[in-house]
Design a protein around this ligand. Sequence first.
Ligand SMILES: *Cc1c(COP(=O)(O)O)cnc(C)c1O
Length: 422
Amino acid sequence: MPKASHIWHPFTQMKDWSTDASAATDARLGIERGQGVHLIDTKGRRYIDGVSSLWVNVHGHRHPVIDAGITKQLKKIGHSTLLGLSHQPAEELARRLVAIAPKGLGKVFYSDNGSTAVEIAIKMAYQYWQNTGRPSKRLLVHLNNSYHGDTLGSVSIGGIELFHKVYRGLIFKTHGLKRTGWDVVEEFEQLLKKRHREVAALIVEPLVQGAAGMLVWPAGVLKALRRLCTRYKVFLIADEVATGFGRTGTMFACQQEQVSPDFLCVAKSLTGGYLPLAATLTTKKVYNGFLFDYKDQKTFFHGHTYTGNPLACAAALANLTIFKKERTLARLAPKIKFLAKQLEKFRQLPRVLEVRQCGFMVGIELNGKWEDRVGAKVCQALRGRGVILRPLGNTIVILPPLVISRSELDQLLAAVYQELQA
Ligand SMILES: *Cc1c(COP(=O)(O)O)cnc(C)c1O
């Protein structure tokens, strides 16, 4: 890597990279190649990709089916627009997404990242009520500690003070629920009793709130929230950007409680972790709420230039093909059990405050003030043990590619355990 970099890295205090010697090695670690669950740096050192390259990789790097899918599409066309035109990979992918999604989601609107998938859902929900004669329904409701992305609309429904407070002056007004666990159901019901005529939608990260540190919900809360949304005619938006594509053990987290949301947002693992692509799925009812004469000006006026890029769609199609061919979810189930068992002994470590797991999403919260950056220090040290992780504050995140073998998983956990013991 060149000495002076011109890159300003995301979610990174760049001052540390110029002054802190240990953090400065971050800047020098360049990943050159990948193979299976391994990342290989410019010096040829191998690391287990313990957070799936920021929660995206599913079947490993350089998977031959995805590589071939992209290459084959590349020989036809690299990009063509969905504004006024269509193409086969986007058509086929929409069909297959509808087939695997919770019941009732029949329409697919593409974009290219998780934040936009969420923005599209909230704009559609908001506009639907305007379009169909209930303009008082404008309020968006979100949970405590919610994270839905970094663009301003997504920040508006974000509840993580550290990330979001500096932008409070730029964003629109929402209603943030304060309570957690089962208590949030009652709080939401009280709100709806009084103000349902104002509420457009509730947005949630179903089952596990990832960026908040892998906070896992009690079973049944999602279903209870769905019931309230239905009773009070409020849309339920499920942000499955992190949980989608098997991370919790089922294809989508909503399916664990037989919940069909009105909007389903997917991104991160949609392409198996290869290319940026996102989709917002919704119902025919919502879709029909936008069918008017052109002169009525009720069109959904929204679209991103690279929406539904054919190469990304080809990667996503290959991703879904592998899920079927390799029986990814069936093979995942025993690995989730194995992981749960192995995590038990972490709870006994004096440095560990709490261990949280939902499927293949794990957060190990450590003791310490966040300013001490204990999570970052542990992850930095783990590089010496051949593991790449990225923490969330004091929480060590373990979120490996679903394809990881039992012995690789063992190796990953042993490295983390030894480091936490040290
Ligand atoms: C990562 C994430 C997003 C944002 O996705 P980007 O592709 O980074 O914009 C939104 N919601 C959830 C739940 C996420 O984990």
